[in-house]
Design a protein around this ligand. Structure first.
Ligand SMILES: Cc1cc2nc3c(=O)[nH]c(=O)nc-3n(C[C@H](O)[C@H](O)[C@H](O)COP(=O)(O)O)c2cc1C
Length: 316
């Protein structure tokens, strides 16, 4: 029976599979489909200091092998969210709270409220949010800003601090290193890729917000490449996500170096994709003769290195 447990900061997860933020609400809609205790962790939706109505419709658009969303961080605000988080206390899986803000003060305000909520086991900081003080440029695009933000948040909490990286950058490894230097316990990636769609009948952009975040199977190769690069650059665990919709996809991310995985858009297609992925990883480990999931984390890098040695190529 392979051991599926993994460690992310101070959390020990019974398996490496969790839903991605914004794609699972607070678990209420999924509880009728399966026992939430089968998840490695529950990641709840982005939480802001004040209630947020999100963007006006249209907020979603289907794309080939994916979807665009411009939900705009709709959530009830941290004071109402904390009751929903408390309701998950005895669900049997640790709760990771995704935190969003448009200024350092707003991130601080969310954490200040959640520090007293025991059920909030860890924070996942969404740094794809526009930084009002930097003219709306996302926090996650500048290593100096990332490092300063992480240091500030680190000083506020001893809970596990996960920094969720934006893929809309040229050097994801540089941003990852800045987050590690700032004191992050772990990283998660990728958030959505910036995209847009145009309606040829109305001749207008489909999304009221003009642009939206692309996710789903279409982004998987990009996400996998970024997980590979980031796990090479840092020494903290990485939660990989982006286009995962099966155990085979999840295993690819583990082989690339991710310690755990998160599943987003695929939950909308198949509400039991998370527990099915846990089962599939278990089956893969049994079939391949591994006794623990940790044995396959980063294995593709080791195999790649071997090939490099054999052919005399220099591979880093
Ligand atoms: C409808 C929707 C809402 C999302 N909301 C959030 C959010 O509140 N905070 C966040 O960090 N990421 C959010 N994301 C991004 C996902 O957590 C995930 O990083 C991304 O969708 C890539 O995974 P996937 O391809 O499996 O969907 C959202 C994604 C979708 C599709």
């Amino acid at each position: 029976m392979p051991d599926l447990t993994v460690k992310i900061g101070q959390l020990t997860l019974k398996n490496p599979v969790m839903p991605a933020s914004g794609c699972f609400g607070y678990g209420e809609e999924y509880a009728p489909f399966f026992d939430l205790a089968r998840l490695g962790a529950i990641v709840v939706k982005g939480t802001t200091a004040e209630p947020c109505a999100g963007n006006p419709p249209v907020r979603l658009a289907e794309t080939p092998a994916g979807m665009l969303n411009a939900i705009g961080l709709q959530n009830p605000g941290v004071k109402a969210a904390k009751e929903k988080i408390r309701a998950l206390e005895n669900v049997g899986a640790p709760v990771i709270v995704n935190v969003a803000g448009h200024s350092v003060e707003q991130y601080r305000a969310v954490i200040a409220v959640l520090e007293e909520v025991e059920a909030a086991a860890a924070y996942e900081i969404n740094i794809s949010c526009p930084n009002v003080k930097a003219g709306g440029m996302a926090f996650g695009t500048d290593p100096a800003v990332v490092s300063a933000l992480v240091k500030e948040l680190r000083s506020l909490t001893d809970k596990t601090l996960i920094i969720k990286l934006s893929p809309n950058v040229t050097d994801i490894a540089g941003i990852a290193k800045a987050a590690e230097e700032g004191g992050a316990d772990a990283l998660s990636l990728i958030n959505t890729l910036l995209g847009m769609a145009i309606d040829t009948h109305t001749k207008r952009p489909v999304l009221a917000n003009l642009t939206g975040g692309l996710s789903g199977p279409a982004v998987k190769p990009v996400a996998l490449r970024m997980v590979w690069q980031v796990t090479e650059a840092v020494n903290i665990p990485v939660i990989g996500m982006g286009g995962i919709s099966s155990a085979q996809d999840a295993v690819e991310f583990l082989l690339a170096g991710a310690t755990a995985v998160a599943i987003g858009a695929a939950n909308f297609v198949n509400p039991t994709v998370c527990p099915e992925t846990v089962q599939g990883i278990h089956r893969y480990l049994e079939e391949e003769g591994y006794s623990s999931v940790q044995e396959i984390v980063g294995l593709a890098k080791k195999e790649w290195q071997k090939t490099g040695d054999e052919c005399g190529c220099v591979k880093k």
